[in-house]
Design a protein around this ligand. Sequence first.
Ligand code: NAG
Ligand code: NAG
Ligand code: NAG
Ligand code: NAG
Ligand code: NAG
Ligand code: NAG
Ligand code: NAG
Ligand code: NAG
Length: 900
Amino acid sequence: MKYTGLPRRRDPSRAEERVPSMKPLSLVAAALLAAVADASSIGGADYTPLDARDGLAHSPPHYPSPWMDPKATGWEDAYAKAKAFVSQLTLLEKVNITTGTGWMSGPCVGNVGAVPRLGLKALCMQDGPLGLRFSDYNSAFPVAVTSGATWSKHLWRDRGKAMGEEAKGKGVDVLLGPVAGPIGRAPEGGRNAEGFGADPYLQGQGLASTSVGIQEAGVVACAKHYVANEQEHFRQSGESQGRGFNISESLSSNIDDKTMHELYAWPFADAVKAGVGSIMCSYNQINNSYGCQNSKLLNGILKGEMGFQGFVMSDWQAQHAGAATAAAGLDMTMPGDTTFNTGYSFWGGNLTLGVINGTVPEWRIDDMVMRIMAAYFKVGRTLQNQVPTNFNSWTRDSYGWEDQAAKENWGLINQQVDVRADHANHIRESAAKGTVILKNSGVLPLNKPKFVAVVGEDAGSNPKGPNGCPDRGCDDGTLAMIWGSGTSNFPYLITPDSALQAQAIKDGTRYESILTNYAWEQTQALVTQPNVTAIVFANAGGGEGYIDVDGNAGDRKNLTLWKNGDDLIKNVSSVNPNTIVVLHTSGPVLVTDWYNNPNITAIVWAGMPGQESGNSLTDILYGKRSPGRSPFTWGPTRKSYGTDVMYKPNNGDGAPQDDFTEGVFIDYRHFDKVAPNKGDAGAPIYEFGFGLNWGDFKYSNLQVQKHNVRPYQPTTGKTIKAPEFGNFSTDLKDYAFPKGIRYIYQWIYPWLNSTTSGKEASGDPHYGKTAKEFLPPGAIDGSPQPLQGASGAPGGNRQLWDVLYTVTATITNNGKAMSDEVPQLYVSLGGKDEPVRVLRGFDRIERIAPGESRQFRAELTRRDVSNWDVKTQNWVITKAPKTVYVGSSSRKLPLKAALQ
Ligand SMILES: *[C@@H]1O[C@H](CO)[C@@H](O)[C@H](O)[C@H]1NC(C)=O
Ligand SMILES: *[C@@H]1O[C@H](CO)[C@@H](O)[C@H](O)[C@H]1NC(C)=O
Ligand SMILES: *[C@@H]1O[C@H](CO)[C@@H](O)[C@H](O)[C@H]1NC(C)=O
Ligand SMILES: *[C@@H]1O[C@H](CO)[C@@H](O)[C@H](O)[C@H]1NC(C)=O
Ligand SMILES: *[C@@H]1O[C@H](CO)[C@@H](O)[C@H](O)[C@H]1NC(C)=O
Ligand SMILES: *[C@@H]1O[C@H](CO)[C@@H](O)[C@H](O)[C@H]1NC(C)=O
Ligand SMILES: *[C@@H]1O[C@H](CO)[C@@H](O)[C@H](O)[C@H]1NC(C)=O
Ligand SMILES: *[C@@H]1O[C@H](CO)[C@@H](O)[C@H](O)[C@H]1NC(C)=O
């Protein structure tokens, strides 16, 4: 990859723009774009999603980058501590804290520099969203999609806390999760399972609860990937070139302002409200401006409107410019080098130079460090309670190179600290509660069956071991995790085969298993015996784009089961009248061909359950725990979703242009629009929010209580002037690489190699451009700035969280067994272009006894009943009539009432 270092934001105001090569769009694409441009619901004010000059989406500039607010709710104390610390730092020390030391130059997937003078260790950033990657004696938690399927805020928080404790025990300071981007626009999206389900409200609750849990444990959470990182294909040009796609820039997710607010950015506001300490910007471009230098999204929406006080960290090599990224709101570059192991950085020495020469104002670097240190202090860290990093990502050996890239500094680098505590209990419980029963003709729960026959490779172990494939990049044996950076090493993996066999032996059940999909003769002989309960296993994976498994380069290439799974299910059910299907998948698969077969007596989606897989599944099949609800729709065909991954570039060797023309209509919102009734062509087989359980629940007595709140006031006024903490010299000689320190190969330092001239020290042929010459107007202006109407506190204008309605309903278990129930609340916001309904509340009410009634209660905030208005750039409650619905899924909504 070749980076010029010039900013690539397409601000019309900038003369220096290096416009990526654009090929003319196809007529169809142009027509689609024209349609978007004409729609009056988008655009407005000074925002034009499409640039009239070239027909491409563009992102409006937003400068300067907002600085921290000393009075921001929940951050006051952290601010004061950060101010006391940052005020003592030199410029070099500040740069050290913002810049990674380079790929594999440190024990963690990312480390910034330390401040030895004041005793601050090098902060450690480590994957990922389901617990620790690249370590040992850690737990392997359920993947977030399975956690999402629990619909349980307290389980999300517990999971976050357990993951945070493990991170803390290993000396990790920032855990790189949770995820709400991708949100799940296309069911094929490779990393969808890293998030909580295909809805912004559900994602927001999952993101916020998990962040709170992680931070309670004393570790900074990192909500990612901000934003619209909806597919793996073309997320990075280098990766794409390696696959034979000669694109010069990352894919651009082209999204209108309303859809951005109501769908893609929505969950991040919940995390910001909950106090998340960091946010990771994504690889993709948004409206042709890179995620990590998109000033509208970082400065305007995240730090401005949402009032985010923590720090923005780049995804790994997602930074594509130096001073321009600082101006656009990036606070930390990861892993620090331009691309892995170049030894050069857009920041490091370049940032030191940028501050000295005035292209990066002092207030901006001070704000970067303030944000990083405030997040650190906010979660309870102090200089006294630091945990030294006691593991090393790059080897499991005890002794090795501390600097793996340079092969320097041999020593004890892995201390095998066991951080698992009793987290296995939580993992078993939450994976069971996130298992979804899609069909049950009465066979479940199993009760001492006479004979169980388990069929399918997905029930057994990987012959190469649970960690046999790097970053879980294969589909061998039972599937319990996605692949890529969002993975952990398993401490053990309980297979369905081993857990079901143990249960069978305990019950006196006869048990046999055939752990291959390709032994039909033996399978047939087994499942045609009398009295067999056949449990057939099949799976479909998914993961991150740098790994290709069987032609699935992260994103799935189809929505069918893998390894002949459909045929296995069809074959067994054609000869066995009691076939239970268990699916381990990263998202929906097509069950159209066989779900209706009466011989298939149960269908269970076991998601991606983590280390306790077999135990969790057994707990559900035998009725020891209550199952969850599907966090996405099971459509009848691939086409029925209305969205898909873009698999071929559509803009020559320029950035592929992915127009999100469906707007907010993804998953159930799309299905509700095009196929509202059960019999309609393209109607879901199993809808969003659906799942059976052990009870028989009746919903009654819907009550809506309206609260009197004062009318919405857009925030007015101005920020304080950008504060500066400390001062610095402009003499290059003061920044020379110190004599007494050994230069480690490929390390990124804050010092300068040369002090003769900035140009020589930087090595950038374009060196010498002033801020005026290449940054947009206002980029370095530290004077008080007008506050945005939608802003006011972390999460946005405080009044967005005013409770307007309290909704209650009675849930009665008329069944014969105790069960959890997941009541869901949907709101119709009205208006002709709005979704039929959107999720705006839910609860998991646990252990409702037969005959027992419990109350479901939900609070609807102003934000919950508002739409984003592009003209006023604020949330508004439209005049359209609004209706609230309560029920057990997005389509089973027996209760409804008008919202007055
Ligand atoms: C400074 O950044 C430019 C790109 O903007 C890069 O080419 C150069 O190598 C960097 N210099 C250092 C010392 O890392
Ligand atoms: C920057 O961090 C590195 C590595 O952690 C450390 O060796 C160096 O002394 C730090 N530089 C300054 C100026 O503190
Ligand atoms: C790839 O694209 C670049 C321009 O972006 C061009 O110079 C180069 O020749 C192309 N390579 C191939 C193999 O097409
Ligand atoms: C200041 O330093 C930055 C970072 O190296 C560089 O991009 C810019 O061209 C320099 N500008 C001036 C005026 O020296
Ligand atoms: C076992 O199968 C036989 C023959 O189909 C049937 O008569 C018997 O009732 C079955 N027993 C059980 C416990 O299902
Ligand atoms: C779908 O992809 C899987 C995994 O690569 C593959 O096993 C399967 O054969 C594909 N299905 C079809 C219908 O091509
Ligand atoms: C169901 O299983 C029986 C064998 O028990 C078989 O004869 C029948 O054809 C199967 N039905 C279907 C629809 O596959
Ligand atoms: C700085 O100098 C060292 C050796 O003195 C060299 O190895 C390294 O590549 C240089 N780094 C940069 C960023 O120019």
